[in-house]
Design a protein around this ligand. Sequence first.
Ligand code: CA
Length: 236
Amino acid sequence: MLKAVFFDFVGTLITKKGENITHQNIMREVLRKAGRSELDYLMVWGEYEEETGKRFRELAGKPYVRIRDVDTEALRKIAERHGFTVPEDFWEINISMHERHGELFPDALETLRSLKALSLHLGIITDSDNDYIKAHLKALGIYDLFDSITTCEDAGFYKPHPAPFMLALERAGVRPEEAIYVGDNPAKDCVGAKKVGMMSVLLDPGAERRELWRNCDFVVSGLGEVVEIVKGLMKK
Ligand code: CA
């Protein structure tokens, strides 16, 4: 019987669109503080996304290194290229912009509340630094809905390594077959869950990841569909 539902964060509970706007605002503030507002912040943002994207693809499944360090290092590389200095308080800017611009999917809150009403363990398993995820969830007003939050910082490894999934199960006090994981990345979320024997739901609104659906037990186009899947599994 299903006892726990875990969620990924970026791209699952909050939108990628909101995340992009957040990162664009971080770049604009960084350039303002560096006295280089004449530089095109969208260009700098594009380079930053490319650099961090590359780094995080390399880090998949690997031992944890602080995301603030990866992000700072990526920005430093771009700053060098354009001749500006990364502000001392880059990570504070980073967190405060996430607090300000993070955007939940329209059906996220209702979905979480419906699941909460089923008396399940509600958790998060995310590749985040602890201070980032805590501040972000609080700003979105959903921090108190979760019974557990497990990060790669806690577990010491990035998804799809089994460690974050195992730690989340341990914290919830449930067996793998009693839990399901909802994410938007088949290679990290579905594969990671499967490695520990947990079921998975892929959120794929545009049906863009078809070639990787086989890694997931369920595929949905909206978060609201998760509630029906969970109710069905609770009867088993
Ligand atoms: Ca994600």
